[in-house]
Write a protein that binds this ligand. Sequence first.
Ligand SMILES: [Zn+2]
Length: 101
Amino acid sequence: MKIRKGDTVLITSGKDRGKKGKILTSFPPERKVIVEGINLRKKHQKARRAGEKGQIVQLPGPLDISNVKLICPKCGKATRIGYKISGEKKYRICKKCKQEV
Ligand SMILES: [Zn+2]
């Protein structure tokens, strides 16, 4: 996958369109990612012990990888990623500023 955990991305569709966040988890087989603070879903958490109240917590839900765009840490623009191969290594490069990301 072109986008990895720790990358900052721009959301390009859905209710959180235009927002930015950091990738918390990625699921390469499903081509989905979880972005910090994005696509929040309410989840009811049951009381674990008697006398304790159940509560509602908000958790980020998975997003399709096609709905996010990497924000290049070098030039700060939402960009596409290219690859550069040098010897055995493969680098990701920003298509806008051509720097390694
Ligand atoms: Zn760049």
